[in-house]
Design a protein around this ligand. Sequence first.
Ligand SMILES: Nc1ncnc2c1ncn2[C@@H]1O[C@H](COP(=O)(O)OP(=O)(O)OP(=O)(O)O)[C@@H](O)[C@H]1O
Ligand SMILES: O=C(O)[C@H](O)COP(=O)(O)O
Length: 399
Amino acid sequence: MSMLNKKTIEDIQVAGKRVLVRCDFNVPLKDGVITDENRLNGALPTIKYLIDHNARVILCSHLGKPKGEAKPELSLAPVAKRLSEMLGQEVVFAADDCVVGENAKKAAAELKDGEVMLLENTRYRKEETKNEENFSKELASLAEIFVNDAFGTAHRAHCSTVGAGQFLEERVCGYLIQKELKFLGEAVETPDRPFVAILGGAKVSDKLGVINNLLDKVDTLIIGGGMGYTFLKAMGHEIGNSLLEEDKIEYTKEMMAKAEEKGVKLLLPIDITYAAQFGENETPIISEGRDIPSDHEGLDIGPKTAEMYADAVKSAKTVIWNGPMGVFEFKNFAKGTEAVAKAMAETDAVTIIGGGDSAAAVNQMGFGDKMTHVSTGGGASLEFLEGKELPGIACLDEK
Ligand SMILES: Nc1ncnc2c1ncn2[C@@H]1O[C@H](COP(=O)(O)OP(=O)(O)OP(=O)(O)O)[C@@H](O)[C@H]1O
Ligand SMILES: O=C(O)[C@H](O)COP(=O)(O)O
């Protein structure tokens, strides 16, 4: 999907205008502290542009899944505080449980050129995720222009991502959405080759469309993580108690056939790090080949596989990665994920992390700034890699 035809903040006049900016501030919080700032950093260029161009900036976002209720632990207050520090100017927080209440209306009315405010969690309202008109109109009533810069939420057609814009004068995208589409889009559509994609994570069923779509584009497709065992089972291997999606065995066979037909190299684990059961302190055991004992569970790729995958990364010109190679949350089973992350950090190739858990893993390991691009979108980047249209982008004005 190309998006170069969509209007951006640079295509419109924003001075003196009230601009409703949808960001993705759905950040991980621990005891009220933001533990990964990738999404905040990603939002800054658009906010700064609007400040510098004298717009009156009204930010909004969801956080977690409060399911239509005001849940204090999912308040955006910590985001307002941290953003104020990052911007070096106050971000006024409108603490309304109904999101567009007296505080929000008053703050929006009082905003001066170059000032910024943030609304409360849009999912405090049950209408938000149903894209209901009444809440879209309430949001729209605060502003004149809609800017979507929430790449991570662009796969959701909600009031704050799609609905509100329909009641405003103009709908444009910000810099983060442009940047995400540039990196993800170029990687998929015009990659320097060899182009290698690495997929992992828990389930094949989450990535059916991605596997299928990427097989039309890549030179090598690497599979690891929990989803790998369904492929190994389909090949007739013993996978013990490892994650298995019985009803996806046929699909993995079709995908193996498709890879063969397209001349795509499909790499699957050649050894496995397994344990007696799922657990942080289990002793890791390494298999000889692709089979493990029937009463054990695979929790990571083995060292030979890690080396083979790292070599594939080293010989690539473009690498895109989504989903960990094992249960990376457990130290004993994080080696496969670390090996892939390290190989990607060390290569000169274009390296793209497709959000979600792999982005968290890469940032935790301190490799984030060694990658060409770490996407701020988990589900959104997956849907993009599936070749789907993202509603939060489709709804914006054409140039
Ligand atoms: N062999 C395995 N056995 C069990 N769980 C595994 C295995 N390998 C990976 N996982 C788990 O898969 C989870 C990540 O899977 P998921 O599909 O959510 O990845 P993702 O696509 O990167 O994340 P997101 O959905 O947030 O974008 C991790 O919590 C990891 O522990
Ligand atoms: O974290 C994400 O992937 C986005 O913010 C979307 O969140 P959601 O899956 O709760 O809609």
